[in-house]
Ligand binder design. Structure first.
Ligand code: 5GP
Length: 210
């Protein structure tokens, strides 16, 4: 069926640290070529194996604050003591090219996006239960004990914001979850707010028919 919207859909994917949303994003990009993932800037130190410009653009706090001052970020937030933010230029360019752009960001940033882009789609990814969340954070082996507790407390706080999202997806089975997320995003193309040009066109045509 013809896809009526020409611009891409801006999708925010949030989830507790340890929800498996990073793996989910990799699966989505591997299976479908309509998506691009925005690379965030952060003042957090790289974890082993993380690469500049692939995982994040790693910045000092001063460099990050300079990006804020220059208006280069679409949104930004502090998370467990570090800055995170979305570079604006890349997102605007890719949406105009018709790509569906994914922002994998936390909840404060998600709410800023909702204010600036009311048509954005907000999806929250969660593990099936709190025990599984703790197990996933611990088994990653990248956080010390204090940071694990901080991330669990942060998850509790974030759980109150989940209801503000458009969809909540339980990440239990990776393949199923990938297909579900793809379906949700693609269905959004057919919502009236993404079909304004088509609506204008068909109204004009029908008027001429009168
Ligand atoms: P991590 O340190 O585990 O890579 O990321 C911590 C949190 O920051 C995650 O919830 C992640 O989604 C979020 N995050 C990553 N990039 C951005 C961003 O550009 N903006 C915001 N607001 N959050 C981000």
């Amino acid at each position: 069926m013809r896809n009526l919207s020409e611009r891409g859909i801006l999708t925010v994917v949030s989830g507790f640290s340890g929800s498996g949303k990073g793996t989910l994003m990799r699966e989505l990009l591997k299976h479908y070529d309509c998506y691009v993932l925005s690379i965030s800037a952060t003042s957090r130190k790289p974890r082993p194996g993380e690469k500049e410009g692939e995982s994040y653009f790693f910045k000092t706090r001063e460099e990050f604050e300079e990006m804020i001052r220059k208006g280069e970020l679409l949104e930004h937030a502090e998370y467990v003591g570090n800055y995170y933010g979305t570079p604006k230029k890349f997102v605007d360019e890719k949406l105009a090219e018709g790509k569906d752009v994914i922002l994998e960001i936390e909840i404060d940033g998600a709410m800023q996006i909702r204010d600036k882009y009311p048509d954005a789609l907000l999806v929250f990814v969660t593990p099936p239960d709190a025990k599984e969340l703790r197990r996933r954070i611990e088994s990653r082996g990248t956080e010390d004990k204090e940071n694990i507790e901080k991330r669990m407390r942060r998850a509790e706080m974030e759980s109150y914001g989940m209801a503000g999202y458009d969809y909540i997806v339980v990440n239990d089975d990776l393949e199923e979850c990938t297909r579900l997320l793809h379906g949700i995003i693609q269905a959004s193309h057919y919502r009236p707010e993404h079909q304004r040009e088509f609506l204008d066109q068909i109204r004009k045509e029908l008027k001429q028919e009168d």
